[in-house]
Design a protein around this ligand. Sequence first.
Ligand code: CR1
Length: 835
Amino acid sequence: VEASIPEPLREAWRKHSASEFTTKEEFEREFVRHVETTLARSLYNCDELAAYSGTALAFRDRLIIEWNKTQQRQTFTDQKRVYYLSLEFLMGRALDNAMLNVGMKDVARDGLADLGFRVEDAISQEHDAALGNGGLGRLAACFLDSMATLNYPAWGYGLRYRYGIFKQEIVNGYQMEIPDYWLDNNPWEFPRHDITVDIQFYGHVNKYQDEHGKTCHSWEAGETVQAVAYDVPIPGYRTKTTNNLRLWSSKASSGEFDFQKFNAGDYESAVADQQTAETISAVLYPNDNLERGKELRLKQQYFWCAASLYDIVRRFKKTNRAWSEFPDQIAIQLNDTHPTLAIVELQRILIDFEGLEWDEAWRIVTGTFGYTNHTVLPEALEKWSVPLMQNLLPRHLQIIYDINLFFLQSVEKRFPKDRDMLSRVSIIEESHPKMVRMAHIAIIGSHKVNGVAELHSDLIKTTIFKDFVEIYGPDRFTNVTNGITPRRWLHQANPALSALIAEKLGGYDFLTDLTLLDKLEAFVDDQEFRKKWSDIKANNKLRLARLIKDVTGYSVNPQSLFDVQVKRIHEYKRQQLNIFGVIHRYLKLKAMSAEERKKVVPRVSIFGGKAAPGYWMAKSIIYLINSVAAVVNKDEEIGDLLKVIFIEDYNVSKAEIICPASDISEHISTAGTEASGTSNMKFVLNGGLIIGTCDGANIEITREIGEQNIFLFGNLAEDVEDLRHRHFYGGFTLDPQLKRVFDSIKSGTFGDASSFASLIASIEEHGDYYLVSDDFNSYVETHEMVDKEFQNREEWLAKSITSVARMGFFSMDRVTNEYADSIWNVEPLNVKDDA
Ligand code: CR1
């Protein structure tokens, strides 16, 4: 249907086309208009939440005007586009980001002040958009910011979960999960009730011959669910580009619901069906680095992949290009294996609906997709059982078998008689039941596979995907080390530091070219600059101390060394190593004389992070941290020398307060297990030093900032296998200091010892898979060095400034450009000022 207005009538449109506020008065007018009309409030009942909403709506109007223009521009120039498929987008709050990216925060601050509000209070009313678990989801959000900032024609595609990651409450030391219903008062999404796709499930496949005698397949659905698009505008920083994040919501398909059961008088079950359909997009699976093979999760994946591909293909078909041009026009990036079904779906569209031959279709598919691997942990690698897939997606399973057949035939030719190789690389694992290995489809169906930091990219080539390197050669595999957006993680989270840097560098250009930070090194010895730098850190620590007081009730001394570990709770991330280290410190303090204690650097050990609800060991770690906190924090003999804090419900908006306030942060995974880590970058960019293992991006951070500026400890990835072996076959004794820690736990110092028995047993008795004992001594000694060096405040400051100056490499913009050059082959769209 042509919905475009004919040319003679367009004049009236153009005359009245929406315009953007630019002055304080105009902002105020928009704000009051929205409060009075959109919100139906008045100056007599405008609270802070309404002030937030009024401000957000005024900014939303601006974004949507730019969004419209951007979409028109991108359609008009018809360049190659990028589609970033991610099951998680951990966006956090949008208002502050919109204000800063648009460059109107000061206007809003002044306007709100005239109307009786503080901009900070309005901002803090916003509920985080938390459609993700951890680093993988946050990386997707940083991508969106960067792609818009750099003017790439790029869309994100995801699911519109009704419930984001659960809200964590700590009750008597235990984690409790509260549903996160985040959609009330969310002004940032635009429902597109006209953009819907019917998605099939179950049913069977019909095989038939067409009029030319060709064998065809049609999938007769057993069930249909409707996908409805919701669009979220993504503003770039200081650019006219506002890109789109399209999230799909599930709904009963109208044909299904309305008439069949309803007319049969079965109203209740008709409504129940509707609810079943809606469960598909109801909830984000709360696991980080763990897959559990649940049917609903597979349904989510197919629902989202099928809807997104339908949308992408529809847009492509409007251009009337030949199918062979598809990979020249479209790059699709798979954020981990979660969207792997998109590969199968595109092949299905091309052969079942568009009538292409297999080989031609497959060339298009592999030319289009790129796959990013984010983990080598075996428990996180996705596998779906064949019977499950057969039942839910019968046609897809056939296509997967065909992909596998052609692939294995080609492998067999090159490696004749290597049956082991064939079974290792097969898409199908010959277990009971048989399993579909999603990573294998992702590799076979993509032209590039990348890891997210150098060590990790090397590891996937030499371990989990070794055979594929032999088959395809090393060129299919590449590395793109992760980054972070400096807009949110410096400018927004740490406005004072950003302003100080801007003052020295003569403006904010470093926010779009982070390598400019290197000019800061010239000021390392500038006394006045140092003083300001250190005052900013002190203020950020005060801000965190207030947050700590608010959420835990504990008062901490902001002069103490703030030692932070915030991230998902996981055995491989080793929060247990940290809390055992804290107990060791406590025991040492208790054994000291009053005289000795005077020389001690006071410390606050700060933890935060969620455990997957079904991850018992992670929950025990949280309980241990809180149990230690309960004992240590009220020990008057110890006082300020040691405080232990668990900040509940760690999320993006809390990270924005925590990252700028650390003196030291912990990135202490067992070597070889943390693919990259990205909070390590956030902490260093905000002037904190880090203690870490030689793992993930810690290694490249060290290379950039210099090893004198980081506290590295522990065994290397190359030694992990041998060490694990030793735990089982003798030659291993528990670290004696760790043993003392265990003894004190077992004696009941921190409450009922049985609560911590399995945690200790995993180390003492079950092989210490994460090598806590092996690294304990080196960890403790390194912390002693931290204490010592922190006392030399001038030296510490110099390290802090030097490190920030050398962090340019970790900008998400470098990451985005690398993907664009080496994987997507796309160019930014040139945005003219008058466009
Ligand atoms: C990794 O564990 C990495 C992020 C983003 C995570 C973390 O080290 O920084 O990805 N992996 O690349 C993950 O969630 C499912 O895998």
